[in-house]
Every structure is written in structure tokens, then in C-alpha cells.
Design a protein around this ligand. Structure first.
Ligand SMILES: Cc1cc2nc3c(=O)[nH]c(=O)nc-3n(C[C@H](O)[C@H](O)[C@H](O)COP(=O)(O)OP(=O)(O)OC[C@H]3O[C@@H](n4cnc5c(N)ncnc54)[C@H](O)[C@@H]3O)c2cc1C
Length: 452
């Protein structure tokens, strides 16, 4: 087997972008993908139809030369549009510079584009309907199943990268060999996708350049725009309890719930009942694992290594950043594959854990804190501090979404910043009352300059 052969398991977002990078380095890439070819069959219904793309995801797409193709697919979102129970709306901007926006993009369109771009390089082949069950490391063989006829077979590999998502079979095989740490923490909340269609003349029925949120404390609805004028709407709520997927299980309870909690959204959801009862209820979990690799034979990237809950809109962005860092490791360590794999894990694992924690925290922010006066005061103050001392203080959300400093650094700085904000807002109700001399003193003492 040639050292130029690499096998990927999973042609999702991360696997197909990775194939572009590897092919551009001259590798022969074969991908085994469990599902049919989504360019020929519609297979995405009911599962996170659109995603927020931010700086960290854009950079690796740019470096791969794909952004010219991706840009027309994007709808900018400037901030959170908060909907209260009476239907009043208020925009909370994400950033304070014109370029500080995030973008809504169709998961399927982005995935199809990356697959096609990879295939066009000539040295990438994707085999659909082929599920990898496990790896026989002793014989360098993959155990595969042809999903069309159920036939099991073995396939020899040189090196394999598991980009097979949160329930990764490759992770399982690596774990069996190494007996490392593996935790899958299910969230006790799940999600359901719904849809606001375009108006009869094709227009958006709400502000298109925003991520809409109906925060209701223990649960929430969000909506992201699509380029066809529709919005993909997602209901997040507990699995069990008084307001939950368990309690809302017939037409009457669904109608009453939406009429009471989300009346303005309900008016725009003509297929609410159909979507709620026919779309799958998506489960959410945080995956933390180590090691990410086995010898020089196998590595995990993307959700396979670090699935996170979706509340920071960073799972794909983080996976794309993995691809970029992995590519940099190949550049640095050449064909010393064990070193490439070890260094990739070293660069990424703390970042994966940090964004996992921030994503869990962000659920509380989105469904609850956005309504809180103190939260809003701290947010306003953090913009002011960023204006005054931009090399020392950047709001945590901005560090994650608009900058590329490591997640682990954003997480650590965010904790310090939060303590500073707590101290500065302790006895005030308006940022005009903030003691800016004290702010400067605290910032200069506690936050080193940001080197980006
Ligand atoms: C509701 C929701 C909203 C989200 N919103 C955002 C967002 O706004 N922004 C963001 O950045 N991220 C978001 N994410 C996260 C994002 O979807 C994931 O992080 C991203 O899809 C990970 O890409 P991946 O390629 O690693 O895994 P996946 O996209 O899961 O792809 C894995 C691929 O591997 C294939 N596969 C799986 N097992 C096997 C096997 N055994 N053999 C062969 N093939 C296999 C699958 O069919 C699939 O094609 C969201 C997730 C959810 C659930």
C-alpha cells in the first residue's frame, strides 16, 4: 500500500473538506460514507438544515480556495432578534463592527459543494452506502457493510481518519485498542425542526439578517434564515417534565403551548403540527475522548473527536479548524504520521473541551439570560471596554465567533473578563456610572495583551 493513500470514514462536512486539503497535498483519498449521495437523494429532512458559519470555519474554507463558491450561499446575521411573548422584537447585535456578523448556510449545500470540489481534484473517490463497522488494526483492515445489500467485507488501508460524526465507529475501535478516556454526556434537552416558509411572493416573513430567538427560560425556539426566503426553526426543550417532549404529545397540547409561548412564530408556522409529529426529535450530547489517534494508523477529527451541543453554533466551525490544524501538522512533520497525529490531538483537544463547555453555557444564555437586565448591562459594558482597550478586552462571544485565538484561551480570558464585569457592574444600572479608571486598572492588571 502506498504511503500516499488515506482513507476517510464519513463524507460529512469535516470529511469532505478534509478530502480537499489532502487531495491538494497529492494524497489519494478514498472515503466510505454510510449514507447515499445527498446530491442525488434528499436525505437531510428534519436534521439541522442550516448552520451558523463564523470566522473560524470561514478561514479554512478560504485557505482551501472554496469561499468564492460558498459566499453566494450565505445569509449574514447581525445579531439575535429577541421575540417576547407579545411578539415585540429587539435586536441584540453580536458585535460592534460591520464585519462582525455570522452567516446562515445550508448544511446540505455546503456539504455537497465540499464533496464536489474534492472529487473534482481527481484523486478523491467517495463510496456511498458503505458503513464502517470497526477497524482490525492488526491486519490493517476496515470492516465494512454495503448498506444496499447488507454484504460485509474487509478493505485494506494504510491510514484512516474517522470523520464519522458523534457516534463514531472509528472512535470505538481506537478506544478498544488503547483503553483511553471516553465520555458521552447526553443533554436532557432535545430538539425538533420546524419551518417558516417564504411569503406567497417569495419574501422573508421576518427580518432576514438576524438569528431569531424566543427565549422562555427552560426552553426556547430559534430560527435561522435560508436563501430561499424560508427560516429553519428549531424548538429546544427538556425531554421530560411539565414542559417537555414527553408532555407535549398531542395536537391540542402543541397548539396551546405555541399559542401561549410563541404566538407570533405560530402564526408563521403553517405546518407546525405535521413537522412536530413527523420530524425526528434530535438528541444532543457532548463527547470527550482521548486519545484521538492510534499509532500512525488512525486519527479522529470533527464531531467524532469532540461532538458538542449546538448552542454556540461552533461544531462545524471547530471541525473545520481541526482540518486546518491537521494540515499544518502535515506541513510541519511530513510523513512522520504518529507525530502528525499526536501533535494534532495536542493542538486541538483542549480547544475541543473549551468550546464544549462554552456551548453548554451558551444554552442558558440563549434561552434565559438574554432577557436579564444585568446580562444586558454587562454586554453593553463589554462592548465599551472593547472599544477602549481592544488589544486586551474582547467580549467572549466575539473571541469565539469573530476571532481565531484558540478556544481554550477565549474560555480562560472569558472567565477573567466575567469577573471584571461582575465587579464593575456590582452597584450600577447604567454604564455611564461605570468607573472607567477602575476598569482600566483591572483590565491592564488581569488581561495580558492579545497576540493574534
Ligand atoms: C441542531 C444542530 C444545530 C447545529 N448548528 C450548528 C451551527 O450553527 N454551527 C456549527 O458550526 N455547527 C452546528 N452544529 C454542529 C455540526 O452539525 C457538526 O459539528 C458537524 O456536522 C460535524 O461535522 P462532521 O463531519 O464531523 O460530522 P457529521 O456532519 O455528523 O458527518 C459525519 C458523516 O459520517 C457518516 N458516517 C457516520 N458513521 C459512519 C460509519 N460508521 N461509516 C461511514 N460513514 C459514517 C455520516 O453519514 C455523515 O455523513 C449543529 C448541530 C446540530 C445537531
Amino acid at each position: 500500500m502506498s504511503d500516499k493513500n488515506i482513507t476517510l470514514i464519513g463524507a460529512g462536512l469535516v470529511g469532505s473538506l478534509l478530502a480537499v486539503y489532502l487531495a491538494r497535498r497529492g494524497f489519494n483519498v478514498e472515503i466510505f460514507e454510510r449514507r447515499p449521495d445527498m446530491r442525488k437523494e434528499n436525505i437531510s429532512a428534519g436534521r439541522s438544515i442550516n448552520l451558523a458559519l463564523a470566522n473560524r470555519g470561514i478561514y479554512p474554507l478560504q485557505q482551501a480556495g472554496l469561499m468564492d463558491h460558498v459566499s453566494p450561499m450565505l445569509t449574514p446575521m447581525k445579531g439575535r432578534m429577541i421575540h417576547d411573548k407579545s411578539g415585540n422584537q429587539s435586536l441584540q447585535p453580536y458585535g460592534q463592527r460591520p464585519e462582525e456578523v455570522i452567516y446562515s448556510v445550508s448544511r446540505a449545500d455546503l456539504n455537497k459543494l465540499c464533496m464536489t470540489q474534492a472529487e473534482q481534484l481527481g484523486n478523491v473517490s467517495i463510496r456511498f452506502n458503505q458503513r464502517c463497522e470497526s477497524i482490525d488494526f492488526d491486519n490493517n483492515e476496515l470492516l465494512l457493510v454495503d448498506e444496499e445489500n447488507g454484504n460485509q467485507y474487509r478493505h485494506t488501508f494504510t491510514r484512516v481518519i474517522g470523520t464519522d460524526g458523534s457516534a463514531s465507529a472509528i472512535r470505538e475501535s481506537i478506544q478498544q485498542k488503547q483503553n483511553g478516556k471516553n465520555s458521552v454526556e447526553p443533554l436532557d434537552h432535545s430538539y425538533k425542526e420546524l419551518c417558516i416558509p417564504p411569503s406567497p411572493n417569495g419574501d422573508f416573513q421576518m427580518e432576514p439578517n438576524a438569528l431569531h430567538i424566543w427565549p422562555r427560560g427552560g426552553y426556547m425556539v430559534i430560527a435561522l434564515p435560508n436563501i430561499d426566503g424560508s427560516f429553519t426553526v428549531t424548538l429546544f426543550m427538556p425531554n421530560e417534565g411539565p414542559v417537555s417532549f414527553e408532555s407535549i404529545k398531542d395536537k391540542t397540547s402543541l397548539e396551546t403551548f405555541f399559542a401561549e409561548q410563541f404566538p407570533d412564530a405560530k402564526a408563521l408556522l403553517p405546518d407546525l403540527e405535521y413537522d412536530y409529529f413527523n420530524n425526528p426529535t434530535g438528541r444532543l450530547a457532548t463527547v470527550r475522548t482521548s486519545p484521538w489517534y492510534y499509532q500512525d494508523k488512525a486519527l479522529l477529527l470533527g464531531d467524532a473527536a469532540h461532538a458538542i451541543v449546538p448552542f454556540h453554533g461552533q461544531g462545524m466551525n471547530c471541525g473545520f479548524e481541526d482540518v486546518w490544524d491537521f494540515d499544518q501538522c502535515i506541513e510541519q512533520f511530513g510523513d512522520d504520521w504518529q507525530q502528525v497525529f499526536a501533535e494534532t490531538e495536542k493542538r486541538r483537544i483542549d480547544n475541543g473541551n473549551a468550546i464544549a463547555d462554552m456551548a453548554l453555557e451558551n444554552y442558558i444564555e440563549m434561552r434565559d439570560s438574554v432577557n436579564d437586565a444585568r446580562y444586558l448591562l454587562k454586554k453593553q459594558l463589554s462592548f465599551e471596554l472593547e472599544k477602549r482597550w481592544p488589544n486586551h478586552f474582547i467580549p467572549r462571544y466575539s473571541m469565539v465567533m469573530f476571532h481565531r485565538l484558540p478556544y481554550s484561551e477565549a474560555f480562560q480570558r472569558g472567565k477573567i473578563q466575567n469577573r471584571i464585569l461582575d465587579e464593575l457592574t456590582e452597584n450600577i444600572t447604567d454604564i455611564k456610572q461605570c468607573d472607567m479608571e477602575k476598569a482600566q486598572h483591572l483590565i491592564m492588571r488581569k488581561l495580558p495583551e492579545i497576540i493574534s
